[in-house]
Structure formats: C-alpha cells, structure tokens
Write a protein that binds this ligand. Structure first.
Ligand code: TXA
Ligand code: MG
Length: 332
C-alpha cells in the first residue's frame, strides 16, 4: 500500500472515502497526530489496535468537530463540564463522560465511559466536518514509541500500512491533550497536558489530580503502559555533572551520546552535543517529541537532565519526561 501525505485541502474527499470504507487515516491535530477510524465500527476500531500493536485494555478518544452534538454520545454532563467545554473547546482538552453506548464497544475497551475531544487544528476540524461522525483516534505512533508531531513522524511508523496522512504541519502544542474525568463531583485530571490544573480550577472552582494507589487498576489505563520511548538507550539525571560523566563515558566507549536539557543549562555542556528542549513549559512541550525522535535517529544514548520547574504545563512535560526516560512508577 502506498501512503500518501496530503494537505486537508487536497485530501478531504479521499479521507472520507477511506473512513467510510472502514480504513484508517492519520490526521494533524494541535497536540500530536492522530490515527483515526470510524468510531461506530467494531472492525475499523479493531484495525487501529492492530496497526499500532496497542494493548486491548487501553481505550481510545472519540474526536468530533465543533458543531457535532456531544449529547448524542454521552449520558449526562455535570454543570462544571459544560463550563469547561465552553471555556476550552475546541482545544487540547479531552473530557471523559458516562457513555451512552452509541460508539463501538472497542473504543472504550469495555469501560462505561467515553473520552471525547474537539481538536482546534483547522486540518482536524476540516476532516471531522467532512466525515461528520465520531472518529476514534489514538496518537499515530506504534504502541510505546514517541508520539508524532509531524506527518514525517507518522510516515516513519506507518509507511505502507495506512493509505493517507492529512498533513497540517508541525503540531504547535507538542504533547497529548489533558485527559479530564468528568464523571465525578469534581473534575479529575487523568493525564496532564496543556490545559493545566490551574486553568481548570479557575473555571470549575476545583480540580483534582488522579494518583494511582498501589494495587488499584488505573483510571486511565494508558497511563500504566511504558510510552514515548525513543529507540536508543536513555538515561535521566538531575544534575549537569552526572550528565557530563555519562556522556563522556559513552563517547569513550565509541558511542555517540547527546544531552537533552533546558535552555538555561545548554551552555554548560560545550563542546558536547546538546538537544535544547526550551526555556519554559510551553516551549518544552512543543519541542520534546521532535527532539526525542531526532535523538533516536542520531545518537546511541540520550542523557536527559530533568527540568527543575514545577506546576502549570510543566506537570505534563515532566510526566512525558519520566515516561520517555523510564522513571515511570506506574510502568506496567
Ligand atoms: O492529544 C491527544 O489526546 C491525541 C490526539 C490524537 O487527539 N490522542 C491521544 O490518544 O493521545 P492516546 O490514545 O494516545 O491516549 C489516550 C489516553 C490514554 O491514556 C487512555 O487510557 C485515555 O486517554 N482514555 C481514553 N478513553 C478513556 C476513558 N474512557 N477513561 C479514561 N481514560 C481514557
Ligand atoms: Mg498515545
């Protein structure tokens, strides 16, 4: 199969044809690229899991366009969720609702809830409007690999396996959407992202962050899987001296190491090779995945220095950092 990369402008009728034929189409969103299929079709949704090699207990997000009637998919919405929806959608926020069972049971992997997202990307909106059905879509990477933020990243993982990629350029957000459980009295963050706890609390009045208790099944099953891992060796350290020691040892052994660190530290590593991830949370989110992919293509070892800042977007950045570099306490 040939994999075509086209803009939404040129590819919409083709995309529609593939989706209604039960096939899978990759598309740009402002967070990361998605791998979409008809959420109402068992066969189409199962194809996504097969293509990604995704564990069958990790549910998918249903994507809809901004005018799509959410109420046709869910079974009730608390007042705080309506406020949040009006404040942040379309945008990088996924909301988990009680499901009314209208999409394939494979989307939510048997859970009684449904995660819904309205992406802001014009490419995604054009695609979702053209099909006018809910599109189940995980990030368009092979399971466990770094999420894609360009059409070329998707191509690397799925060349010859999917017919079409709707190219909208580089994703401006850079990490996946915030996943927010809206089934309880207070909204609860299941996956941190660009819509932060502080932003949600300022609209809803309160916001909790889910922490898995020992022995408990995770509320968001995807968070229990190793993820975002580059295909080279990695190490994560908290100070520059440790990073230099690891770097130099790798180089002496004939390897080609690279340091990944925030802008403020980059000069300390000269003349060593550095991937500068940025100076603030938004910049780090935007650059992280592209740099992980660059690192795996060009180095034998990425030595990451954990950023010091906390709160806001940094919570999402640090979550991806620890999962990419294997410091995930939840790791299954
Ligand atoms: O930004 C994004 O969210 C991207 C783009 C393509 O929209 N999508 C994405 O999908 O990151 P994925 O499949 O890679 O991650 C979905 C996350 C997983 O952690 C999954 O466990 C969680 O959402 N999830 C999905 N449905 C859920 C549900 N009903 N209850 C709890 N968590 C759910
Ligand atoms: Mg993913």
């Amino acid at each position: 199969m040939q994999t075509k990369i086209v803009t939404a402008q040129d590819g919409l009728s083709l995309a529609k044809q593939y989706i209604f034929g039960g096939d899978v189409v990759a598309f740009h969103t402002e967070t990361v690229y998605g791998l979409g299929a008809d959420a109402r079709s068992d066969e189409a949704v199962k194809r996504i899991f097969a293509l990604k090699g995704r564990p069958s207990d990790n549910p998918l997000i249903a994507h809809i366009h901004a005018e799509f009637d959410l109420k046709t998919l869910i079974d009730g919405e608390p007042p705080y969720a309506e406020k949040l929806r009006k404040a942040f959608l379309p945008g990088p926020l996924t909301m988990v609702y009680p499901s009314n069972g209208k999409v394939s049971k494979y989307v939510s992997c048997g859970l009684k809830t449904l995660a819904v997202r309205v992406p802001a990307s014009p490419t995604a909106q054009a695609f979702l409007r053209a099909v006018d059905i809910p599109i189940a879509a995980p990030s368009a990477n092979l399971s466990g690999h770094v999420s894609p933020v360009t059409a070329q990243h998707v191509y690397r993982d799925f060349c010859g396996k999917i017919p079409l990629i709707l190219d909208g350029g580089a994703s401006s957000g850079g990490i996946e959407s915030t996943v927010l459980d809206c089934t309880g009295e207070i909204p609860m963050i299941l996956r941190a992202g660009l819509v932060t706890r502080e932003m949600i609390a300022s609209v809803a009045g309160a916001c909790e962050v889910y922490h898995r208790k020992a022995g408990e099944a995770p509320k968001s099953p995807g968070m229990a899987h190793r993820h975002y891992a580059p295909r080279c060796r990695t190490a994560c350290v908290s100070d520059a001296a440790e990073a230099i020691a690891l770097y130099d040892r790798e180089q002496e052994g004939g390897g080609s190491p690279v340091v990944l660190c925030e802008s403020g530290l980059a000069a300390m590593f000269a003349p060593r090779r550095v991937l500068d991830v940025g100076g603030d949370g938004e910049e780090m989110a935007r650059r992280l995945y592209a740099l992980l992919r660059e690192g795996e293509d060009t180095a034998t070892l990425i030595v990451a220095v954990e950023p010091k800042a906390r709160g806001g977007v940094m919570e999402g950045v640090l979550n991806r950092f620890s999962r990419a570099f294997g410091r995930n306490t939840d790791e299954a």
